[in-house]
Ligand binder design. Sequence first.
Ligand code: ZN
Length: 322
Amino acid sequence: MFDTVLLSQAQTRLTERRSARAVLTARRRTEIYAALPEAADIDAQMRSGLVRAVRDAFLGGARGAAALEACRERNLALHGRRAELLVENGYAPGALDEKPDCPVCEDTGFADNRPCACLTQIYGGLQRGVLSRRLDLERQSFDTFDLSLFSDETDPAERESPRDRMDLLQAYCRKYVNRFAPDSADLLLRGGPGTGKTFLCACIAGALAAGPRWVVYETAADAVGYMEAEKFLRDPLSAERADRLLACELLLLDDLGAEFATPFSQSALFHLLSVRLAEKRRTIAVTALTEEELRRRYPPQLSSRLEAFDLLPLFGGDLRRR
Ligand SMILES: [Zn+2]
């Protein structure tokens, strides 16, 4: 599943890349033709031979097939002669061939009616770019994970250190990313300020976005804002953003509980989580609220939905001060 806006941006990148290469090829061809007129002559023969063969092929039947076959053989010989000529003059044998960057899809972006790996790679990069505006994907990733940032002092109430807990949870999250699928669990990351919630979010988002999975990060307050503007102001940009919240494969809903508690915000959040659950799209909610606070703040249907999420409880000092 793809974010259609980003997918079309990725296709545009591919088109730009294709035209940039066409310009380079044309320039190189002009240079070589000027130096080696015979090469230009061979190319002209190959082209006109092909045009004739295609015209004959339209006649159909055995005559058309024979014409195409004869043309193929003639062009193969001409191609060989051209390669010799190029090598004799210090060029690469394929200097006049236009080679696609991606042999699988020939730079169209699609192969077998599916997005090609070259296109999804560009898409993944664009998606990481979008997420990077909100999350520090460069410094906060599974690859750069630094457990020493977390205190190794045992917390009497938790009977373990924040470092041990984070070690456990980051291992869980790695597994979650590797096995991510429509039937994965929804997660609830809970912890006070600076316990590493957003840090884990960034690790998960970065790894899945590169996949590429369609990942959207939003704070609960902004999510509610988009849904509100869509409903009451009929604002098209907000509507597009609200649609993305519903449609993405993974939604990271940060700061749940920091949004204004209004009847609208509560029903909007319930609607969001319900639709995503029904459509088998996964949600990771991040909150500083305890279970008791969630129950007090939200109506029972919403708080019980959140309680059904797999809980990842974080604790400890303020990571951001370190
Ligand atoms: Zn490709």
